[in-house]
Design a binder for this molecule. Structure first.
Ligand SMILES: [Zn+2]
Length: 485
């Protein structure tokens, strides 16, 4: 541990229990992190004995000692013997799902125990706590891959909180299937998917999102039992893509099957929000994905965690136990639903995950950008820390730690349409970074060995990342302020 950081943190008030007191607020006085091994998020070799200078919320200089000038006025924080990397980007989450076993009554109806209205009330009251847990896990940005208006409310709340990630919200999913409310219930009277009957309707849905200042557009093709109802989906998709792109917004696509994923890719979407899990991707698919610079979001953990949570036995990583919400975790063991998960379904989930892992490995080897997305909010997937489980599965799939780090930082920023602001440690970008006690290039699990997290120039010690979030927020919709500008 560094002497300077200890001295600096001791300047801070010792009397209050409020965790936000233990941060270094961004100010005009620059701050320099000195001596750490730098992993900048671009995938190149690390820089030993580096210096990162932060001014206000942004990085002003970064590089090897000797190549970077530290201003005389700078606060110096010694991080020698440690590693520094960009803050993690979880490229696929849903805030309208809590991860609790009560959160998807369309899939598992436990409303006799907790009504859906009570579940929504719990999620709303829990927003500051939920967001604080992202920083605890080193996740400084998260991409909401669609849902009700609530997702925008959470983004707005995050802008008022010290301990919260940057949040990017997708409008959608824009779907050609009018899904019944039994599967996806209303949240405060608002639907969690955006139905469009034709291309004009689809364009209107995109424009609705643009008006609400969303960060990206999500299109959704469910397949399976919905295939007949949504058979006209691919007539809508060009209008979705063209309208989104004309406003400068990227398009992410839900399509977990090979055939619709290929069609979506060729129709111009920027991101596949999940890996393909029904079939092995062929060479033509891989070549097209590379040539079109498609991002593929992993979401592998969903397949094991969904079954585990519904069975009452989730195996958590240490960082998930440390940073996960105990009020979420406890619901998985309290509800004995083992009998509800037939072995056929277990086998199918395991097979989907296996195919998905193989596809990701082959796509990545061919140069396709993989992004790390946890699908947090689904059963067994904790807001914040579940991204570490996702990274562990990518390692199991055969990806090198160096490549997983790029996937969990730079490539996630691309999914968000925010590559100019976050995802790598470069001058001009937001000062979102992690200081680690162990080398993440040796084992991806070492990304969990967090000693400090910087978010927007504020430096939080590991201890300051823990504890209840006390900040109060007012949820509001229709934010016009772009916090990143
Ligand atoms: Zn999702």
């Amino acid at each position: 541990m560094c002497a300077y950081a200890g001295i600096w943190l001791s300047f801070l008030p010792q009397t209050s229990a409020n965790a936000s007191d233990a941060t270094v607020s961004p100010s005009e006085q620059p701050l320099a992190l000195i001596g750490g091994t730098l992993i900048d998020g671009n995938g190149g070799p690390p820089i030993l004995d580096s210096i990162i200078v932060v001014a206000g919320r942004r990085i002003s200089a970064v590089g090897a000692r000797g190549a970077v000038q530290v201003p005389d006025s700078a606060i110096r924080v010694d991080i020698s013997g440690q590693w520094v990397m960009p803050g993690l980007v979880d490229a696929h989450v849903h805030f309208f799902e809590s991860g609790r076993i009560f959160t998807k009554p369309g899939e598992l109806n436990l409303t006799q125990i907790v009504t859906y209205e009570d579940e929504v009330r719990w999620m709303k009251a829990r927003v500051p706590e939920t967001l604080a847990r992202y920083l605890c896990a080193g996740v400084t940005s998260a991409v909401s891959m669609g849902g009700p208006r609530f997702e925008l409310e959470v983004r707005q709340a995050a802008r008022t909180l010290e301990r919260a990630p940057n949040i990017f919200v997708a409008q959608g999913p824009i779907s050609a299937a009018s899904i019944g409310h039994d599967n996806f219930p209303l949240v405060d009277g608002d639907e969690s998917t955006r139905y469009a009957a034709d291309a004009v309707g689809a364009q209107a849905r995109v424009l609705e999102g643009i008006q609400q200042h969303v960060d990206l557009i999500k299109a959704g093709y469910l397949g399976g039992p919905f295939a007949q109802e949504e058979r006209h989906f691919f007539e809508l998709l060009p209008a979705i893509v063209a309208t989104a792109h004309s406003a400068g917004l990227p398009v992410a696509m839900h399509a977990t099957e090979l055939v619709p994923a290929r069609k979506a890719m060729l129709a111009g979407v920027d991101t596949l929000a999940h890996t393909v899990v029904d079939k092995r991707v062929d060479q033509a698919f891989i070549k097209a994905a590379a040539a079109l610079h498609i991002n593929v979001v992993s979401t592998l953990a969903y397949w094991t965690r969904d079954i585990q949570a519904r069975s009452g036995h989730v195996t958590l990583l240490p960082i998930e136990s440390r940073c996960g919400d105990p009020e979420v975790i406890e619901t998985w063991s309290k509800v004995p639903t083992l009998a509800a998960v037939p072995s056929k379904e277990r086998g199918e989930a395991a097979q989907a995950q296996k195919v998905g892992m193989d596809n990701l490995r082959r796509l990545q080897a061919a140069g396709v950008a993989i992004a790390v997305g946890s699908d947090a909010g689904n059963f067994g997937l904790l807001h914040g820390a579940s991204v570490h489980q996702e990274m562990a599965l990518l390692a199991l799939a055969g990806m090198r730690p160096a490549d997983i780090i790029v996937a969990a930082t730079r490539n996630g920023a691309r999914v968000a349409g925010a590559a100019g602001e976050i995802g790598t440690l470069e001058p001009g970008k937001l000062a979102d970074l992690l200081v680690l006690e162990r080398d993440p290039l040796i084992s991806i699990g070492n990304v969990g060995a967090i000693s400090q997290v910087m978010k927007g120039g504020r430096l939080f010690s590991r201890d300051a990342l823990m504890g209840p979030a006390k900040e109060r927020v007012v949820l509001d919709v229709g934010a016009t302020k772009d916090d990143l500008k």
